[in-house]
Design a protein around this ligand. Structure first.
Ligand SMILES: Cc1cc2nc3c(=O)[nH]c(=O)nc-3n(C[C@H](O)[C@H](O)[C@H](O)COP(=O)(O)OP(=O)(O)OC[C@H]3O[C@@H](n4cnc5c(N)ncnc54)[C@H](O)[C@@H]3O)c2cc1C
Length: 441
């Protein structure tokens, strides 16, 4: 195991809006190392935060105690071809996991936009993609190995330590250090992707039907315009005659040049001359073109995101999505705000994970973004006020201001989660300021 002290290790998240100066950074190599770190921190009265890839926008992973990295706990440790269940070490990045699963003829049923997260980090905050008949990544979890506050190891599943399992699937890193995850996979599959620009208002009128008509439907609305870009991804039947993957050239032009290189320049210009943003947004909106391709699932789900931004995302009952987007559009139209980034809308089916943002209700996700060098507070506050009208639940890893008092009524199992936390971590060894706010002290 490797320890480094405060002077050597400042920590920052991907977006650069959160930082930490932990007393120590520990780089664990195996399960024993994790137990050792936890015991040693407890002996010294320090708190411990496991960190994944630092892709949360909230201070979920921030600590001035011991920051625990699990990057070396990486890889698939077991595959059961009969049940399609796999065991994966917690620090495995999704971009490492997806090809490894594919080699075994397997895949995760649904993924978010990127694959840079660590598996345990993605699960801890309820990371999700889109699909009205599908769930977030945590719903694929069938078992977890946790190192608890006293350094002991606990295996939980739907059959063993059920209450811990229910709480720890989206556990916010508040219950212990996840070291291994068992996942229920599906046979590897390909997706047929159809992406095209569409006007916002007519689309909103039929958005529920569109969401149901496709395995994975999402839309990006460009503020200051009435334009959207829609994505419809559907599972491909064997033998279907469809276009193949994007050529390397088209993929580079779309995903590197337009989505990253040029978009960075647009955002830099926006930060420098905010008054030009509405005109630029019209241009960006008009520059969107249609495309159609078929590829293995994870290559369609995940893209590279090189332009840094901050984000807030709320889960609302799916019936409310039209009203939320219209209210947001109305706010943008009435205010002098410079918003070069699109608003993203996605869908998921209700699940039963205690702190999942889609717990118990069919859900639409609305996400607002802002370039990392630009002002976002007023916009995000206006968005938060709009979704509050619809019992919006914030993504645990994306910016929001809710505290335990406001979160409790949104989650029927909130107090059950706290009871598990009290039992497993009575002294708050795994606490930090963010958890104190969202879970209470
Ligand atoms: C560019 C970008 C795109 C994104 N796209 C999506 C998306 O499409 N859908 C979506 O839902 N979210 C998305 N997110 C949010 C992101 O998926 C979540 O914030 C996720 O938690 C980040 O994973 P991470 O590995 O970086 O975890 P971190 O941010 O490092 O940590 C998150 C939490 O997990 C805890 N944790 C980490 N490892 C462990 C462990 N081993 N045991 C216990 N707790 C642990 C940490 O303590 C912390 O509380 C995106 C973020 C970015 C920056």
């Amino acid at each position: 195991m490797r320890w480094t002290g405060r002077s050597e290790q400042e920590w920052r998240n991907w977006a650069g809006n959160q930082s930490a100066s932990p007393i120590q950074v520990a780089q664990a190599r195996d399960l024993d190392d994790v137990s050792l770190v936890v015991r040693s921190a407890a002996d010294r009265g320090l708190q411990v935060r496991p960190v994944g890839a630092g892709h949360s926008f909230t201070a979920a992973a921030v600590t001035d105690g011991v920051l625990l990295r699990l990057d070396h706990l990486s890889g698939v440790t077991a595959i059961d071809p009969a049940t399609r269940r796999v065991r994966v070490l917690a620090g495995t990045k999704l971009h490492q996991l997806n090809p490894a699963l594919q080699e075994a003829g397997l895949a995760l049923p649904n993924l978010g936009d990127i694959d840079r997260q660590a598996l345990a980090g993605a699960i801890a905050t309820g990371t999700h993609g889109t699909g009205t008949r599908l769930h977030g990544i945590a719903s694929a979890v069938t078992g977890l190995t946790l190192v608890l506050a006293d350094g002991t190891v606990l295996e939980c599943s739907a059959q063993r330590h059920t209450d811990v399992f229910e709480a720890a699937r989206v556990g916010l890193g508040a219950l212990g250090v996840v070291t291994e995850v068992e996942l229920q996979c599906v046979p590897a599959f390909r997706l047929h992707a159809v992406e095209r620009p569409e006007p916002l208002l007519p689309l909103l009128e039929r958005v529920q039907e569109e969401a149901d008509a496709h395995d994975h439907f999402e839309l990006y609305w460009f503020p200051h315009t009435d334009r959207t870009m829609t994505k419809r991804n559907n599972r491909v039947e064997e033998g279907a005659h469809l276009p193949g993957p994007l050529t390397a050239w088209r993929a580079w032009v779309d995903d590197e040049l337009m989505a990253n290189g040029l978009f960075e320049q647009v955002n830099r210009a926006a930060a420098r001359w905010p008054a030009t943003v509405p005109a630029m947004a019209q241009m960006t909106g008009r520059a969107q073109t249609a495309r159609e391709f078929t590829d293995v699932s994870w290559r369609v789900f995940c893209s590279r995101r090189a332009v840094r931004f901050v984000e807030s995302e709320y889960a609302v009952p799916r019936a409310a999505v039209r009203d939320v987007v219209l209210a947001l559009k109305d706010w943008v139209d009435r205010h002098d705000e410079a918003l070069p980034f699109p608003v993203e809308v996605r869908f998921l089916a209700a699940d039963d994970v205690w702190l999942s943002t889609s717990h118990g209700r069919d859900t639409a996700y609305v996400a607002v973004h802002q370039y990392h060098r630009m002002e976002y507070a007023r916009y995000f506050a206006a968005f938060e006020a709009i979704v509050a009208e619809h019992a919006g639940r914030p993504h645990w890893g994306k910016l929001h201001t809710l505290d335990a008092e406001r979160l409790r009524p949104l989650y029927p199992r909130f107090d059950d989660f706290l009871a598990v936390r009290r039992k497993l971590d009575p002294t708050g060894l795994f606490g930090n300021a963010y958890l104190e706010r969202v879970l209470g002290s």
